[in-house]
Design a protein around this ligand. Structure first.
Ligand SMILES: [Fe+2]
Ligand SMILES: [Fe+2]
Length: 403
């Protein structure tokens, strides 16, 4: 089993780390990649505004999730949990206990590779792991690379060194990135998920006013709250909602912001959903208490209103996006239908729904509602009463899906 070991302070984890991790997985054919945030020792001078270990771990998780390989990529708290300074030699010994058949590859940035022999117990390191290092091109510090490789070979003849070239490796140091973040810049060097996490928690001296975010920042915050695999759907819903708003004369900005936030609480636990509803005084019915996952529309609406300062129209659109209800506003209909048929959706009948959505919004809404009712019946699940009321209301008002 080939295991990549990627340590660092990840303060914060950025696109350079992401590219290196992806390149190592591909070039080495790794079965597993362990991302290991290092403990920052108490006696060391902390860079200004260094987040807690908990935050650095959470940001590393966001970076790992962005690779979209949940079975392969793991974040390990092994160094954060171990008291004292983080020595790679100790970490490798611990990992050897855990993965007895592991063939370890230590991932190293150029500077780390060039100074490896000056680390704590370098011999123990190269006894337990092969080395994998990155550079931009064969000319990138070529002389020092060749010299270091020769030196390591001479001192520890068994050592295996693999060099990976990443031509467009993102050129940013964490130190520089922290300076940029204080000035409200640097987003282009981060995954949206990590950037949104930084904004929401006001790390690194960022002081974003969450109630007045611009669109890219709002996206980052929303994406930082969900798994990466959900982002395509959220992006698709945003874009579809804007197109529908244009078609039906609704407010495009509100449609966009509702689309961006509509699923932001999708991955909360049942208890978290219930706690948020209690906190903001949202009444819950029996069905919702037994299946609290249904609540992401209500808790998403609460986040939109109370955390991100969205107006009532956006709150209501998100609130009704899973169940629908009788007598909906145009914006509410738009979000419901966009969520149902955005470009990433594939189910029998989605094409008809897409066509109807631009011809007659009410008929598209009814088709969505009836598709849900049918699906619930097929799966022997109770239909939410608001969904049945939406269906009845539309039919009473002469809407039909036939023809
Ligand atoms: Fe949803
Ligand atoms: Fe959705």
């Amino acid at each position: 089993m080939k295991i990549g070991v990627y340590g660092g302070t990840f303060n914060p984890p950025h696109l350079g780390h992401l590219a290196a991790a992806q390149a190592a997985i591909d070039s080495l054919g790794l079965d597993k990649l362990l991302i290991i945030p290092a403990a920052i020792p108490p006696h060391k001078e902390l860079p200004p505004g260094t987040p807690t270990a908990e935050h650095r771990l959470a940001m590393a998780e966001k970076l790992a999730d962005a690779l979209l390989l949940p079975d392969k990529v793991e974040v390990s708290a092994i160094e954060l949990d171990r008291p004292g300074k983080s020595y790679t030699s100790d970490t490798l010994l611990d990992l050897r206990q855990e993965y007895q058949d592991g063939e370890f590859w230590l991932l190293l940035g150029t500077d780390m590779f060039l100074t490896l022999h000056k680390w704590h117990e370098p011999e123990r390191i190269v006894k337990n792991a092969n080395l994998c290092t990155f550079r931009r091109s064969p000319r990138d510090r070529a002389e020092r690379f060749v010299a270091q490789q020769a030196y390591l070979k001479e001192r520890w003849p068994w050592v295996k060194v693999k060099t990976i070239e990443i031509p467009n490796l993102v050129d940013i140091s964490s130190t520089r990135l922290r300076e940029l973040l204080v000035q409200g810049e640097g987003a282009q060097y981060l995954t949206p998920g990590v950037y949104g996490y930084i904004l929401r928690n006001q790390l690194y001296g960022t002081r974003a006013d969450l109630k007045h975010l611009d669109i890219p920042e709002l996206r980052a915050c929303s994406y930082s709250m969900v798994l990466e695999k959900r982002v395509r759907h959220i992006r698709g819903t945003e874009e579809e909602a804007v197109r529908l708003a244009r078609r039906w004369g609704a407010d495009e900005t509100m449609a966009r912001r509702a689309g961006i936030l509509h699923d932001c609480t999708k991955y909360l636990t049942g208890e978290e959903h219930i706690a948020i509803c209690r906190q903001y005084g949202v009444p819950l019915d029996e069905l919702e208490l037994t299946a609290p996952k249904l609540l992401h529309s209500k808790t998403g609406a609460c986040m939109a209103r109370h955390i991100f300062g969205e107006p009532d129209e956006v709150y209501e659109a998100i609130f009704w996006h899973t169940t629908a209800k009788a007598d909906m506003t145009v914006l509410e209909k738009i979000l419901y239908v966009a969520d149902y048929m955005e470009p990433n959706r594939t189910f029998d009948g989605v094409e008809r729904l897409r066509e109807l959505a631009y011809q007659d919004l009410d008929r598209a809404l009814l088709l969505g509602v009836e598709t849900t009712v049918q699906e619930m019946k097929d799966r022997n699940l109770p239909v939410h009463r608001n969904t049945l009321q939406a269906q009845a209301w539309l039919r009473e008002h002469g809407v039909t899906t036939e023809g």
